[in-house]
Design a protein around this ligand. Sequence first.
Ligand SMILES: NC(=O)c1ccc[n+]([C@@H]2O[C@H](COP(=O)([O-])OP(=O)(O)OC[C@H]3O[C@@H](n4cnc5c(N)ncnc54)[C@H](O)[C@@H]3O)[C@@H](O)[C@H]2O)c1
Length: 319
Amino acid sequence: MSKKVVIAGGGVLGTQIGLICAYHGFDTTFWLRSESSIGRTTPKIEQYTKMMLDDLAGAKALVGNPMGGYLYPKGMISDWKSMTVEKIDEMVKEGEKNLKDNIHIELDMAKAVDGAYIVIESMSENPEAKIGVYTAMKDLLSEDTILCTNSSTLLPSTFAEYTGRPEKYCALHFANTIWKNNTAEVMGHAGTDPEVYKEVVKFAAEIGMVPLQLHKEQPGYILNTMLVPFLSAAQYLWATGVSDPETIDLTWQLATGAPKGPFQILDIVGLETAYNINQMKPAAQQEGTVENLIGKKLKEKIDRGETGITKGKGFYEYK
Ligand SMILES: NC(=O)c1ccc[n+]([C@@H]2O[C@H](COP(=O)([O-])OP(=O)(O)OC[C@H]3O[C@@H](n4cnc5c(N)ncnc54)[C@H](O)[C@@H]3O)[C@@H](O)[C@H]2O)c1
């Protein structure tokens, strides 16, 4: 029998994590807190299932294309070099079946986590809500169950004591559009058992991710520790009028060979997220600071609906 994975939280990321687990053959249960949560999560399951299967089927057009190796859905196909159109057709069929048969939704927490190999918490970035759920869950979990958090900004050491199993608790952090951007940052806290950590690394690989191992806790993990200051520096150059987004992007791309510049990345991340990150800096609340200026300029764009690629316009226009 396949191992049971439980996802707590059926939002954007929780849904994607559950689906990639189901796709790779894990028996997957979403624990949701209410009927209305089911009403919100079910359409997401349908939407992301379609996107995943469309991207998988779309990979047939990439077979033999030199760009194929960059563009295929890496979380769904493990060995691109040996891929053929026929093999992808088979994978689509199997994927359709797995994404239907391996998914369950449960409101009763005890039933949801019963016999779970791993529980992945992917709830809103609200410490009280996370503590509430860990506390409610801790006596319901089997002794061996591993507990992970997908939190982007909160550290596992903040919550370890509430889990009742600090040694079996760590962060497993995914990226949005998990089936294409298949990174999984694995980060323990000081009390995480090294054997559990290794097991989480193994699990991440089994669900099609590339496990990226952190050897100690770091707010922002590896990616955001680099990305947030990089994007802030670009916003500084723009907001203070040193240069314009197109020139800043071009400079970065030409000089480093990177496929995208910071403003193209900001359009993907979304300007609301960039604004929220900027506003968390104390200087953003002080009139006359660069951070305050960046906040105002981002807000102007957000108020005009120019929030990024999903709205067709951010720093660039998208058809
Ligand atoms: N969105 C991203 O790009 C992204 C990327 C990586 C990690 N994350 C992390 O994933 C987690 C979830 O983010 P998201 O973007 O999916 O958020 P979301 O707002 O789309 O979903 C949050 C989910 O948590 C549920 N929830 C909130 N409070 C709850 C409670 N008390 N009990 C049970 N369920 C509750 C909500 O019903 C919802 O289903 C966060 O910790 C976030 O930092 C998000």
